[in-house]
Write a protein that binds this ligand. Sequence first.
Ligand code: 0O2
Length: 268
Amino acid sequence: MELINWEEELLPYRQAVDELIVKIENIKREYTALKLMPPMEEVHGRVKTISSILDKAGRRNIPTDRIFEELEDIAGIRIICRFVEDIERVVNIIRQRNSLDLEVLQEEDYITNTKESGYRSYHMTIKYKMITLNGPKDILCEIQIRTMAMNFWASIEHSLRYKYSGNLPDELKQRLRSCADAAFQLDKEMATIRDDIVEAKMISETKNNLVDGIVKNLHNLHYAAKMEKVSSFNKKFIEIYQNGSIEELREFSGRLQTMAKLYKVEYV
Ligand code: 0O2
């Protein structure tokens, strides 16, 4: 049996994970640029540890020389969403890339078909082409898409599984099932207030953008246009920021922008 050069074999997996994370982050950025709420909240990735690879290969009776062809989750990406309905959006975004920069090989819906343990998540196995110095290499990667509540449950359960080497006592299994039910209820409850949450996030982002623009225009009017009375505008800004509504802030920002335009120092 040939000795596996793990460092060399795993390098393209690490590169694939890094590239996929950047791609998901960029999709998120596109949503933000379009002033839309991205369906994904966070993205993480990891390459399985060597011992975890060997454990899983052992469990599945995969011969050592077939590990890289048969284990589909050596590279893993996890996308965390706020709401259950966002999961489908993310799944569709990934499906749309099928045959473009990746190939979707398999999908497993553990949300509709909750696992015995209580585990809920949507899995997609993809094939991703890495271009390495030795030429192209197809990398299998498992993408797990889940809500924050599902993720919280899964990470706790995963560490307990590890502690008990996979043999959880029945009583603990039962308690984890109840926790999974509670996480499911939490997701359901959050879905009912989704619109309010989305609106709150949009308001806070709008406010941040308005403040950025106002501060830059004040700065330009003061330093570039050497306009007098900028300090009185600044005072007005602080007053509106602290006591006024978002509409007042928007209106003030518009007036300042017009003035900055007049002096040809507007912030764009
Ligand atoms: P790790 O350390 O996260 O990589 P199976 O044959 O059905 O038992 P299989 O073939 O590995 O499992 O496929 P499956 O079910 O799609 O699981 C793949 C990954 O999903 C697992 O990888 C876990 O990350 C996650 N997962 C699946 N079931 C559970 C569960 O009950 N609890 C938790 N916490 N995670 C789960 P690994 O290699 O098992 O673990």
